[in-house]
Design a protein around this ligand. Structure first.
Ligand code: SF4
Ligand code: SF4
Length: 451
């Protein structure tokens, strides 16, 4: 079995353990699957945020351990087709890659990563559906000026929405996100602005595809905030010799849809741009959890070598960076009262929660004088990239949102909503609760008035 991801970190997993039950096919991938010891902890009601597909269905097959059982059976089968059997494909399709299992399972089963390899195997064997191609190529489509009016038209036109549902399986019940009036604007002169002295007060901001096209206000807010705190902000930009007009992208949509070759290409392009900054000692800061954290996680499985490892050590979500800088006493800026905000509700992105970054968000919100806020105890919002937009997954997506997120939002209609994930923002807005702000925007509102 030719593997598409680098599973060598599992090389020694289960070795010497007579009970590890490592499947006979799949090499180190099979070892990653076999780290599950079948304890069924993931099937216990009320345990942490794991696993939204199990929680809404109560079906053990849709728990991390249930998926492991199906994967093991397929990897033990002599029939090649077993790996692509419909029961396994359906169970994997309902995994929203939230990484809840990686964080909460006692053996850190990484089903999101296992699913990425599964999708790549599936794509190699069966090809990609048109819909999956569309999702994967989103960064490409976003450069088309006609996309924005086309999406607006689709959202206004019920018959067009139904046509797209019938033809492509894109749910007619969901409003599709429409790009902002103008995308994020790269500043001029970035290259000349780099300095080798005072590195601690300089930072590189990587603006991901989602914030670049859909939410440039968040990227601008991050720039303003970091600048107000005394940092020189360098925005990472495409190289002059590598499609300078095409915004940088981490490759997330390709990774999530089984196009690991394209994900690797995007990762290499981004790495080429960021590598000199990493070598020079700059921190790399970003906003979208699923994109930024992929630079610390998924990139290490793409076979990108030492540059990716060095990058991983220097990449931070904005909230992590600020807290790190406060701890080092380099960030001295104090936040001010948020006037007209009696209450704030915070929804964490699954990947933020998986790495514990939500603690940093809470720590920062606590520094806003008089702010009454609460973290919604919820697992995945249910949107999970393209999952909640797919017709056959719409009901599952809504059921996930109804587990805790939507009831909490309904209970406090006057609260200001904060969520850093683009998917989460879409799910919340589509649920009729208004568009949440990114933390960068909230902290910008809490800047001293002279800033
Ligand atoms: S995935 Fe983790 S919690 Fe679930 S059965 Fe396997 S080892 Fe136990
Ligand atoms: S990644 Fe999330 S949805 Fe998938 S198996 Fe793990 S906990 Fe369940």
């Amino acid at each position: 079995m030719k593997l598409f991801l680098d599973w060598s970190s599992y090389e020694n997993a289960g070795m010497g353990d007579a009970y590890a039950d490592i499947p006979k096919k799949g090499g180190d991938y099979a070892k990653a699957v076999a780290v599950c010891i079948g304890s069924k902890q993931c099937e216990q009601a009320g345990k942490g945020v794991m696993c939204p597909s199990f929680r809404i269905s109560n079906n053990p097959v849709l728990s991390p351990g249930g998926r492991v059982k199906l994967l093991k059976a397929a990897l033990n089968s002599d029939d090649e087709a077993a790996f692509f059997n419909p029961a396994l494909a359906d169970a994997m399709a309902l995994c929203v890659s939230c990484k809840g299992c990686k964080r909460e399972c006692e053996n850190e089963v990484d089903m999101a990563l296992i699913k990425a390899e599964f999708l790549a195997q599936q794509a190699a064997k069966q090809g990609l559906s048109l819909r999956r191609r569309l999702w994967a190529d989103l960064p490409k489509w976003l450069r088309w000026p006609v996309l924005k009016p086309a999406l607006s038209w689709r959202n206004r036109s019920p018959w067009l929405a139904k046509l797209l549902e019938a033809g492509l399986g894109i749910s007619a019940k969901v409003r599709l996100p429409v790009p902002a009036k103008r995308p994020f604007q790269y500043p001029a002169g970035f290259k000349q602005a780099l300095k080798t002295e005072n590195i601690d007060k300089q930072v590189v901001l990587f603006v991901d595809t989602f914030n670049h096209y859909f939410n440039p206000e968040a990227a601008e807010a991050a720039q303003k905030l970091l600048t107000a705190a005394g940092y020189q902000v360098h925005v990472a930009m495409p190289s002059a010799d590598d499609e300078p007009e095409r915004p940088l992208c981490c490759g997330r949509t390709y990774f999530s849809n089984g196009r690991l070759d394209r994900a690797r290409d995007e990762a290499r392009r981004l790495l080429k741009v960021l590598e000199p900054h990493v070598q020079a000692g700059y921190s790399i800061v970003g906003l979208e959890p699923s994109c930024i954290l992929s630079l610390r996680d998924e990139y290490l499985k793409l076979g990108l070598g030492e540059p990716a490892q060095k990058l991983a050590a220097k990449v931070f979500l904005l909230e992590e960076f600020i807290v790190k800088e406060q701890t080092a006493q380099r960030w001295t800026l104090k936040f001010q009262t948020l006037s007209g905000v009696p209450r704030l509700l915070l929804h964490g992105h699954c990947h933020q929660k998986a790495v514990g970054a939500i603690k940093s968000v809470r720590k920062l919100l606590k520094q806003v004088p008089g702010l009454d806020f609460e973290l919604i105890e919820a697992s995945c919002c249910g949107m999970a990239g393209n999952f909640g937009v797919e017709a056959e997954h719409y009901a599952h997506s809504q059921a996930m949102a109804e587990l805790a997120l939507f009831p909490a939002l309904r209970a406090e209609p006057g609260a200001l909503l904060v969520s850093n994930g683009f998917s989460c923002q879409q799910q919340i807005e589509n649920g009729g609760f208004g568009k949440p702000l990114h933390l960068a925007e909230v902290l910008c509102l809490a800047l001293p008035s002279s800033e």
